[in-house]
Write a protein that binds this ligand. Sequence first.
Ligand SMILES: Nc1ncnc2c1ncn2[C@@H]1O[C@H](COP(=O)(O)OP(=O)(O)OP(=O)(O)O)[C@@H](O)[C@H]1O
Ligand SMILES: CC(=O)C(=O)O
Ligand SMILES: [K+]
Ligand SMILES: [Mg+2]
Length: 595
Amino acid sequence: MSQSLHFFTSSTGSPSLSAFPNHSSYSITTLSCLRSSNHRFPVTLTANISIRASSPSDLDSPSSSQVLDSNNGRGGGIASSASVEYTSAVVSDLSSIEVDSVTATELKENGFRSTRRTKLVCTIGPATCGFEQLEALAVGGMNVARINMCHGTREWHKMVIERVRRLNEEKGFAVAIMMDTEGSEIHMGDLGGASSVKAEDGEIWTFSVRAFDSTLPERTINVNYDGFAEDVKVGDELLVDGGMVRFEVIEKIGPDVNCQCTDPGLLLPRANLTFWRDGSLVWERNAMLPTISSKDWLDIDFGIAEGVDFISISFVKSAEVINHLKSYIAARSRDSDVSLIAKIESIDSLKNLKEIIQASDGAMVARGDLGAQIPLEQVPSAQQKIVQVCRQLNKPVIVASQLLESMIEYPTPTRAEVADVSEAVRQRADALMLSGESAMGQFPDKALTVLRSVSLRIERWWREEKRHEAMELPAIGSSFSDSILEEICISAAKMANNLEVDALFVYTKTGHMASLLSRCRPDCPIFAFTTTPSVRRRLNLQWGLIPFRLSFSDDMETNLNKTFSLLKARNLIKSGDLVIAVSDMLQSIQVMNVP
Ligand SMILES: Nc1ncnc2c1ncn2[C@@H]1O[C@H](COP(=O)(O)OP(=O)(O)OP(=O)(O)O)[C@@H](O)[C@H]1O
Ligand SMILES: CC(=O)C(=O)O
Ligand SMILES: [K+]
Ligand SMILES: [Mg+2]
């Protein structure tokens, strides 16, 4: 038995309701919103809401759905039970839907409600570049692996990319790869190979633009910016890594600048340098540095050739840089679908925030450098603003740097760090990022566990308290059909909350419709079905999405039946679960119980 509700509206007509027994309280905001939209086209919209009370008779058997899925050639193995079987190879007749085994286990063991919504990015470095170490991070919930082009060699980066790819292929994960450009900020050299050097109070250190052919003289630091000695003045304050160590400039001798340490601390290789005069950052000359340096262009070529999923651009100053890079990527590789993440870490990026985010595919609150460019006490409000703008413009946002800094050395976080992570989760950022904690810290897996458990706890608290925040989600699409998709997603998410459904299903080829649902931050998880592995990986950065790879047709009835049978065969859903389904092929919202 199937009960359907059809709405018909046109540029003049009002919606008509044909049948909706027993569910008169359903929220039907789609239609009223559509009616108030500016109709530029003579549109006839059919919104189809159907509620199925029992199973349809034509449900696919697992074998017939496998036939439907003949283009699946990948070997992503799905664990058939909760324990260690994620290492097992493909269960061939079940392989026509791909979801990572850790998520599958989580769904089976803990149910839909308790899946983690906040995504986790781990910076890969010497502490985590081994295959087993990468696998441990994936098992621990890493959604995106980040490689930072400031550090390591090209060969090293290539090796990490290959290992992550192998992990995905052999173990069924969909870990995305993000490459972070070096950018052309002023930074120190690599300390002649030392992993760190201590600067003590009162010591005199030389910062020099000279190229040293052999070993660095003692207490000498190489600086990458040729204009450095000209730009600084005696009396300036020199901040390493935004103030982790401080020096005062006491004399300039040609290319050498002698400085006295005023705040001791550890100098790390290639640490960022800023200089301050009369209490404010000297940044005019620094601003002349190109956002994308010649090395960055080579790295970007490398990233495109390696097929990375995201490129994050350091020290973005304007939307033009992003647009320029987008056209470069399009010209270079027609079918490249790399997404560009703008790192907000400079005064200019804050000034041009909206345009930059609008031009990009996502943003990162890069608090490390941001905190060296604006007073530290302004960083929290900047973070909140960036997260909010990203949400409104429907771009994923990552909160990064020093989330669990103390865990580089210690196995437990400070209370303050836990509070900071909680705040980012409470702001409903898409993703949290580990930097040194996972790249070179002593407890990368423990740090990831802290992010995971704090995320889960805060998300649950939010739902228990029913904190549906009233964030304005302005219309963002440029065409009327975009507006329809947005309104369908807003309505579907609202219905999902009101009806307390178990999951939202979205069938999306490009991933766009999934992101629109994620933007609404609904209470239930969003199962995002997409046809290509690269879209599936990129969806892994977005809040609340559980990306599945599945081939599907334009016929929603067939898609749903196929999905139900495949998911049921894996015990990922069960009869009676209530789901709401939308797709970017059909302007409809369907509400149904799994048969
Ligand atoms: N590939 C690598 N090889 C060696 N050390 C690394 C590597 N990646 C990161 N690290 C270490 O981890 C630390 C934190 O990493 P992170 O990516 O945050 O770098 P960062 O130097 O602070 O630059 P950014 O501002 O781009 O984040 C670095 O300072 C470095 O010591
Ligand atoms: C991540 C980064 O680049 C920063 O925090 O500065
Ligand atoms: K970087
Ligand atoms: Mg930075």
